[in-house]
Structure formats: structure tokens, C-alpha cells
Design a binder for this molecule. Structure first.
Ligand SMILES: [Zn+2]
Length: 357
């Protein structure tokens, strides 16, 4: 199969592979006090079914757990409604509700809310010991109409700038959401933030897609995506589909995509780097790999390799180091670390049953 076809297949599956960035900025859209307590939820009083013991209360649905509230505090003219969850306050823009239509907007919101809390909790657990014990709810707001600068770039599904902006639509935003939440944790909820684009992006992508299950990102393969069927078929062919749970395996997708870059299959193709630039992968990259020119998946898998080889304390302990400090800490030039990783990644793909086209 030609490299062009290979790349096209990968591009279809990974059209929304979390390309997102985070900036720790002074602009914080939410200035919520700690609102970790949910308002009491009404449990509908329905007569118990005959086979259900009278003492059992039905689990509240996601819509009952997280009711829509009127927003009277922060920019109510832009965000007339909000939803409070344990980890976030979601601000819903009136224009976005109009854009998608009420039904589609709230269906999308609740499809995301169905699993977002579990994902956020996984990310906090994954970073335990490296972030603050108390994590305040993050502000999240929709901007599907595209008012913010980054919303106009097709590479961004979401963006952290104090709070998390969601761009394009629920499908695109949900794919980048957990990545952005990890930025929030590692940039805003720790005494020692991830520093520099390489570390910021590699840690966010590694925790969101390799360590965590990232359930919300499954929405790319749901009815929300008109190409979901094709993507699912191709994911099965490439060995990145979890047959048992009937879902894509985001970890395997990272490794598969990273392998195609490491193999040189993506030479000649443009991609968005962890250094926040769109570049074309060159043949020469292999001889002189640059830390800031890694594709996100290469960075996340490189991090997985470093953690397996050197341990989490060593890697996270260096998550703000410059290139020279990093080379000193790991005792090797970056190009050597990259090639060691590439060989390891090939083995991992074989072990995981990933079949590159
Ligand atoms: Zn990012």
C-alpha cells in the first residue's frame, strides 16, 4: 500500500486526534468558589416494579444528576445557562444552543457529561502526588460559533486559557476535552507546572490517551460523526479496536499513529507539532529529530517509553526541563532517546497486535 494511502487512512481515523494546546493565562473565565457540592437532585417517585425490591432507588440519569441552571453571575448575556458537576462548571452559550438547535445541543452536552466526570477523576488519580490534593472545579465554556482566535483553526477542538473553551462541535470538543483537563491539572493545580511545549503536550496527551481510558473521546466513533462507520471499519483492520468492549482503543491509536511517523510513512505530509506549528515531516527528521517537531502521538508514546524505562518520578520530576537539562538528566542526546523509543514502540505495536497498513 502506498504511503499516500496509508497516510489517508490514518488521517481518516485520526481526523480529530486531539490536537490541542493549553496556555496558562491570566484570563480566568470562571471565578467560582469551590462548588463541589451538587444541588440536591430530585429522585422521581415511581412505584417500584414488581421484580425490584422496594428499597432500591433507581440510579438518577445524567440529566437528573446535572440539571441545567440559569446563569446569573458570569456573563449571563453570553452564557444564559450553566451546569455544575463535581469537577467543572459548564457555561452554555446562547448562540451555540441556537446554532445546533436545542435538542442536538443538549443531546451532545449530556453525551459528554455521561463520562466526563469519570475521565476527570481518572486523570486526577493518574497525577496523584504531582498535583495539589485539592483541585477546584474548572470553568468550561462552549464557543461553537467561533468567537475566539483558536476556534478558527481546524487543529483545535478545545483550548485552555484559564478555563477550557470548547470549539467546533461536541464531537470535536469531546476528543480534546480530557487532554485540556490534564493541562488544567498540570499547569494550574500544581506547585510545579509542566514547562515548555514539549513537556506540556507530551504529558497531556500521554495521561489523557495512554494512561486514562478517555471515554468521552469515544464520541468520535458515535452517531455524532457521519464517518464513524468507516473509521470503525478501519480501526478494526488496523488492530486498534477493542472487540470485547466494542470501542476504539485510544492507547493503541497513539502507538499506531506514532509508529507511522517513526517509520517515515508520514514523510511529505503536514502535521501539527507539539511546538504549535504546522510543518511537513522530512526525510532528514529521522537523522536529527527535534523535540518541538514531534507529532502529539510521538510525544505521548515517547513519554510512555521514558516512564517505563526511567520511572515516573524521574520523568515527571523533569517535566519542565529545557532540552539540554533533559539530555543531562537522562544521560543521552535527544536523538538517541528518540531512536531508543522508536525501537521500543515497534515492539509495543507487535505486542498489542497493531497492524500498520
Ligand atoms: Zn495541549
Amino acid at each position: 500500500m502506498s504511503k499516500r494511502i496509508t497516510a489517508a487512512i490514518l488521517a481518516l481515523i485520526l481526523a480529530v486526534c486531539a490536537i490541542a494546546c493549553g496556555q496558562a493565562g491570566p484570563e480566568t473565565i470562571h471565578a467560582e468558589p469551590s462548588t463541589t457540592q451538587l444541588p440536591p437532585t430530585e429522585i422521581p417517585m415511581t412505584p417500584p416494579a414488581t421484580e425490584v425490591p422496594a428499597t432500591e432507588t433507581p440510579e438518577p440519569t445524567v440529566r437528573e444528576r446535572y440539571p441545567i441552571e440559569e446563569n446569573t453571575a458570569f456573563k449571563p448575556d453570553v452564557y444564559p445557562y450553566l451546569v455544575r458537576t463535581e469537577s467543572a462548571v459548564w457555561y452554555l452559550a446562547g448562540e451555540d444552543i441556537e446554532l445546533l438547535g436545542e435538542e442536538a445541543f443538549y443531546d451532545g452536552l449530556y453525551a459528554v457529561l455521561e463520562h466526563a466526570e469519570e475521565d476527570f477523576a481518572d486523570a486526577r488519580e493518574a497525577l496523584k502526588g504531582y498535583i495539589n490534593e485539592e483541585v477546584l472545579p474548572v470553568g468550561i465554556h462552549t464557543d461553537f460559533c467561533g468567537h475566539e482566535a483558536y476556534s478558527k483553526l481546524p487543529t483545535y477542538g478545545a483550548f485552555l486559557n484559564g478555563s477550557i473553551s470548547l470549539y467546533q462541535n461536541w464531537m470535536r470538543a469531546s476528543d480534546a476535552l480530557l487532554h485540556e483537563y490534564v493541562h488544567y491539572l498540570t499547569m494550574g493545580c500544581t506547585v510545579r507546572s509542566t514547562g515548555g511545549d514539549f513537556w506540556r503536550e507530551s504529558v497531556a496527551q500521554y495521561v489523557a490517551n495512554i494512561v486514562c481510558r478517555n471515554r468521552t473521546a469515544d464520541l468520535f466513533y458515535s452517531g455524532m460523526n457521519p464517518n464513524a462507520q468507516d473509521a470503525e471499519t478501519q480501526a478494526k483492520q488496523l488492530g486498534v479496536w477493542n472487540e470485547e468492549e466494542n470501542r476504539v482503543d485510544h492507547k493503541k491509536v497513539e502507538f499506531m499513529y506514532a509508529q507511522s511517523f517513526a517509520n517515515g510513512d508520514m514523510v511529505g505530509f503536514s502535521y501539527f507539532t507539539v511546538g504549535q506549528k504546522t510543518v511537513v515531516r522530512t526525510q532528514e527528521f529521522r537523522d536529527d529529530p527535534q523535540r518541538l517537531e514531534l507529532m502529539y502521538c510521538e510525544a505521548s508514546c515517547l513519554l510512555a517509553y521514558l516512564i517505563e524505562t526511567y520511572g515516573r518520578d524521574m520523568v515527571y520530576g523533569n517535566w519542565s526541563t529545557s532540552l539540554s537539562e533533559m539530555e543531562e538528566a537522562f544521560g543521552k542526546p535527544f536523538s538517541e532517546l528518540y531512536h531508543d523509543w522508536a525501537a521500543w514502540n515497534t515492539e509495543q505495536c507487535a505486542l498489542m497486535g497493531i497492524t500498520l497498513p
